[in-house]
Structures are given as C-alpha cells and as structure tokens.
Design a protein around this ligand. Sequence first.
Ligand code: SF4
Length: 362
Amino acid sequence: MHIPDRIFSKALKLKPLSADELMLLYRFAPTNELMFTANQLRQMYVRGKGVSWQIDRNVNITNVCISGCKFCSFHCKPHETQKSYTTTFDEYIDKIEELKKLDGNQLLLQGGLHPDYGLQFYVNLFSELKKYYPDIKLHALGPPEIAHIAQKEQKSFTEILEKLIEAGLDSLPGAGAEILCDRIRKQISPAKPDAQTWLDVMHEAHKLNLPTSATMVFGHIETLEERIEHLIKIRNLQYKKPRNAYGFLAFICWPVQLCGTKLGEQIGNKITTAEDYIRTVAISRIALTNIKNIQASWLTTGKNIAQIALHSGANDMGSIMIEENVVAATGTVNTLDADGIQQAICEAGFTPWRRNQKYQRE
Ligand code: SF4
C-alpha cells in the first residue's frame, strides 16, 4: 500500500501523528523506510553518533506478590514459604559493595506486591540505604507498587510518593505498564492496577518532578492498534507534565518472554520476530514526539538485534543489569558487562558514553 508522503513529512516536522496515521505506517511502511524516518528523528532529538549506557544493578526487594500476572515466572505467593524471600539489609550491603567495585551508582529496586509491606517498610528501607550510601541513586518500585501501597495505607498517590521521595527515592521506573489497555490487562494481569491508575500515578510523579521512564511489553495478546493506543497514552501524559518537570526521560519497549509462564501455556510460546521488534522501536520513536531517549533492549532481544535498534531510532543501550532475575526467570539469559556493552555500541558504528540516571554524562 502507498503511504502518503505527507505522513512522513509530518513526522519529520515533529508533529504528533494520529492513531490512524501511525497505524498506516506500522502496518504498511517498508521496514527500511520506518528505520530511516526513526533514525532521522533520533538525530533531531540526540545529534551525532553518541549512544548512552549505564552501570546499575538490580535488586529484587521481595519475590512475594499477590498480583499473579500470567506472564511472570518470578513471583511466588505469600504461602509459598520455601521459595519466597525478602532481601536482607546485609544482602543489600554486599550487593552495593559489588556495584561500587564495578563503579556503578544506581540500584534498580523492584519486587512484587507484598501483602504485608506498606509505606513504613519502604520508607525504612530507602532511608537506611541512603544513610549508609548517600551517593547511591534509588530507581525504585513502579506505578503498581505505588498504587498497592496507597491502597493499603488509604492514602493518595501523592502522599505516598512524597514520603518515598523524602526517604530517598530518586526516580520511578515505568514498570508494570505492559500494554495500557484494560482489555489486555484483564486477561494477562487481572489483579494489577488498571491502565488509568498507571497513568495517574505517573502524572502525580511528574507533578512532583520525580524523573520517570515509560515502558511497553508487547508480543502477547495485544493487537497493533492496542500498541499504538499505548504509545498515544504515553505521549498524551507527557504533554500534561508541568513545564520543566522531568516527566518521562526515556521509553523502553521489549518483547514479552513467555517460556515457562501461565500465559505461555495458554497461548503458546510466541516469539516476537526481530523485524517486529525493530519496527516497534521505530514506530515508538516516530509516535513519541515528546520523549527524547529511546532505549534498545539487549536483555530480551540479544546484542545483535539491539545493535540494529540503534539504527532504528534508539539512542540508549540501557544498563549492564547486574543480577537481573525477572526476565532470567523465563529462561532468557543475555549478558553484557561494561566492556561488552561499549564494544556492542562501537560495533554498531556508534560512540559509547556513560550516563547517569537523568541521562546526563557521568
Ligand atoms: S510482574 Fe510484578 S506484579 Fe506481576 S506477578 Fe510478577 S512480580 Fe507481581
């Protein structure tokens, strides 16, 4: 099908494309044209050959979760005491010391929706970590956890976020977005907060000027239209952020990993093709006219496909992800150390530069 030139030129003028225009591109534009347009846009947001990367480490606060998302092999139920854990403070110390040896300065703290952990638990954890390591940045929790704590405490999202920021929360990952469409959420993660709740938590975080990121996990039961709906919701929310607030600093999408999950048993172990991933990165760059950084996800797709994503609108290679457990629980294991990630960026024809949590030079 012929794609009218006016759609490409509208995109290249940084004008937000409508859902219909994006669908036309997503369905029918040849992959090389999508990549070319996304790459042109990348050069408008982030000029030159630089590709950013970061050193941080994952720590899972707990694997106990009452949500039971069907695509998740990581969590266990509160009664599964043989499998369940909560990271102890001594373990945090060991993990932070390891991180410091690798010259890293950020913890990505994620876990499940633990039925017993309320605001005080997280306030104590963040304050203690900051007391011992004031320079370590805490990129922690996500909208589902914030909504869970707010419900447990009967407090507003703002009150919860304010207390967590006071205790040491430095930024909020875009975890738990999956696809921001309730038809999907009801089927794959029925106990998780709905799409509007995810957006509402993020909006409150933006009003408090807390840096955040946005994500999309795709390749399961969603339609292409629902992926576009997701991108437009993210874009619209970013337009609502207060002037000069950080808002969404980056967008990261990755294909779901279904091996060994309940959802995989139900719908089969669908594998997203490399082409689908690359087209999705490109369409994300084209759709998200107000988000500067687009990340290539080497963790789920592997180094080679992530390198192609750098030619399809992505300008960031993410982190070396020391101790990633959630994706690894599905059997997907890709690893890159600091030398490896920089080499991967160079091999793709770019120049690596190390960033901090706010996408600034270290
Ligand atoms: S994805 Fe997160 S919220 Fe869902 S079951 Fe796993 S740990 Fe719980």
